[in-house]
Design a protein around this ligand. Structure first.
Ligand code: SAH
Ligand code: TRP
Length: 393
């Protein structure tokens, strides 16, 4: 596999409960290939023999042909897996499918296949969000870097880290060296993206976290000036109250002067919105159904994904796209790992996702309530999408 190349010396450690990024070594740790840090062994700087910890300066002494440390020493990947805790797929699926109005949490879309499908969505002609945000960022990345001057670039839901490259390019132009800290539930995508970035940005250091930004925010390292990016209007996948609570929690982990860059999709013509979530090639439909593939695989269920239609429409009252999977006919599904039988009526739906659409006033009010002061608002002439830069008060 491409992302498991020979030079791929990841440190893979599962955080014990209560451990925090802030008491982890700031130096990239490179273990022998195939070595796994025993539970928590790397959570204290002193717990590894010095010889095993190539401190950044030591790494620099062993420069590769280009004068940079080899990729294995510039990457650290922390993996958070807590399969028995609340908020995991078993508990979420049981709760969601036992409810009178069936629903499933969207974070489970993003297994390896789901992440690849989403990446294809980003290139669809109907899905204006990605290219609009990309074009915006091209124009304003230098100013964002000049205003925020980060030492750590944190990104929530980084996915393929495509747009991140525009920030990294601007940082390079400003000779502003950063450590990049992407957080994503899709471990495979995270690793693939990190490898690609290491190859293209020879002086970049990456500390990636495979985890849930709703649960693992306390792992944010502290003490360095930060720019936190949350792009793609992923914030729109939260309800209004979830989004407010999330931003407030984010703010509480940041220091005065840290910056937050938020991408939001804006309210617009319903036909444009509708097309973006009902593409002609059916990639979005397949992405939506992928949730059922994920559940089949992880919970030994017998969903027939093709027995469900993709349903996406704009709910103007709530200002949100709603995504559902609609049963074509009455049937039962067995979720064997949960010993659960799930009956469906014909036309009954599973609510899988919302994608809220924002206005400037709403976005800035939400940021302000969370403890941020809006600094810049960037939107293109067609007002399809916006970037809001704010600073922690
Ligand atoms: N930032 C990219 C990807 C957006 S798609 C872009 O703008 O194109 C949303 C991303 O968030 C996916 O990569 C998905 O794996 C990740 N994600 C979704 N829910 C998450 C959660 N609760 N915690 C961490 N990552 C999550
Ligand atoms: N953050 C993306 C959005 O709200 C997620 C997304 C795009 C999505 N297309 C989707 C989620 C289709 C589920 C189904 O636009």
């Amino acid at each position: 596999m491409r992302h498991r190349a020979a030079s791929d010396n990841f440190s893979r450690d599962v955080f014990p409960k209560g451990a925090s990024w802030s008491n982890l070594p700031l130096h990239p740790i490179s273990l022998q290939a195939g070595t796994t840090a025993a539970g928590g062994a790397t959570t204290k700087r002193t717990s590894l023999a010095p010889a095993e910890v190539p401190h950044f300066d030591q790494a620099r002494e062993r420069k590769g042909p280009l004068g940079y440390p080899p990729p294995g020493e510039r990457l650290r990947v922390d993996v958070h897996i807590d399969p028995d805790g609340p908020g995991t797929i078993a508990a979420d699926v049981r709760r969601g499918l036992s409810s009178p109005r069936k629903r499933l949490p969207p974070k489970y879309f993003y297994d390896d296949r789901g992440s690849r499908l989403f990446d294809r969505i980003c290139d669809l002609p109907e899905y204006y969000l990605t290219r609009t945000e990309q074009a915006l960022l091209e124009g304003v990345a230098d100013e964002i870097v000049a205003l925020s001057r980060p030492r750590d670039l944190v990104e929530f839901g980084s996915g393929a880290s495509r747009k991140t490259r525009l920030l990294l390019d601007a940082l390079e132009r400003a000779t502003n060296r950063v450590r990049y800290l992407p957080i994503d539930v899709s471990e495979s995508m995270l690793r693939r993206s990190a490898q690609a970035l290491l190859a293209d940005y020879p002086s970049l250091r990456i500390h990636a976290v495979a985890g849930d930004y709703e649960r693992h925010l306390d792992r944010l390292p502290n003490g360095r000036r930060r720019l936190v990016a949350f792009l793609g209007s992923t914030i729109g996948n939260f309800t209004r109250s979830q989004a407010q609570a999330f931003l407030t929690r984010v703010a509480s982990h940041l220091n005065t002067g840290d910056h937050f860059l938020l991408g939001v999709d804006l309210v617009k013509d319903t036909a444009v919105l509708h097309a973006a979530y009902n593409d002609a090639d059916g990639v979005t439909a397949e992405f939506n159904r992928n949730l059922l593939h994920v559940i089949n695989r992880t919970l030994d269920s017998d969903f027939d994904p093709l027995a469900f239609d993709h349903l996406a429409f704009f709910n103007a009252e709530e200002s949100q796209i709603e995504m559902h999977l609609s049963a074509q006919h009455a049937h039962e599904v067995q979720v064997r790992a949960l010993a659960l039988t799930v009956p469906f009526e014909a036309g009954e739906t599973i609510h899988t996702e919302i994608s809220r659409k924002f206005t400037r006033a709403e976005t800035e009010a939400m940021l302000d309530r969370a403890g941020f002061t809006p600094v810049r608002w960037y939107e293109p002439a067609n007002r399809y999408f916006a970037l809001s830069l704010a600073v922690r008060r």
